[in-house]
Ligand binder design. Sequence first.
Ligand SMILES: C[S@@+](CC[C@H](N)C(=O)[O-])C[C@H]1O[C@@H](n2cnc3c(N)ncnc32)[C@H](O)[C@@H]1O
Length: 223
Amino acid sequence: MLFLKQFWGDLDFHIQVLLTAYTAASKSEIFSYTACRQLSQMILAVSFFHISEYILAILFHGHSNVTPRSLLISKYYLLAMFFSFLEYFVEIVLLPGLKEYWWISNVGLVMVIVGEIIRKMAVITAGKSFTHLIKIYHEEQHKLITHGVYRFVRHPGYSGFLIWAVGTQIMLCNPVSTVGFAVVVWHFFYKRIPYEEYFLRQFFGSQYEEYAQRIPSGVPFVK
Ligand SMILES: C[S@@+](CC[C@H](N)C(=O)[O-])C[C@H]1O[C@@H](n2cnc3c(N)ncnc32)[C@H](O)[C@@H]1O
């Protein structure tokens, strides 16, 4: 009983400290300008990314062939985004100075824009060959793409997404989520690329083999 009383007392004290810090921060210029700008950039970046992926999927594959999965929002993705916002709010309340490194935040913003451009160039260049789900059977309209951005890297869509995702966290000056997003997204592509290329080799044989020999994957440390 005594233990419970002390526990609630401690919890109450910590909530009071957080609320006081939050109230102080929200009254200050830092919270109103910094948080408004960084969070609006984040919400804009995320909305633009998902809506444009969905619209391009409809344009290339037709309305009837596109499901909400083309919005590319999974439960793991939502969890990662939830953690990223949680980190942002905790840090802006407890360590507001961390969010004031504008040059870091602006580097993140540039990464978001560059990553988005590379990703969309890949989607538009590959057209019908770019499907959100990896094809395991060869279809008539699936042609090997080696021109445009695919001349420089084999997986520009993944390079673009990696730059975009890590960029969103640098833009928010979120140190933990920057490392977390980099590791998780990199690991996802590290596993996905060999699987995707297994089928591409089956579909296009020596043509793909020769292409893969010449052109890097575009994802660091993935051959
Ligand atoms: C989500 S897209 C990603 C494409 C590519 N990995 C990228 O990052 O730009 C996955 C689909 O693209 C197809 N694909 C990947 N590279 C391709 C290429 N060079 N030419 C044609 N189709 C390709 C795969 O067969 C798979 O069904």
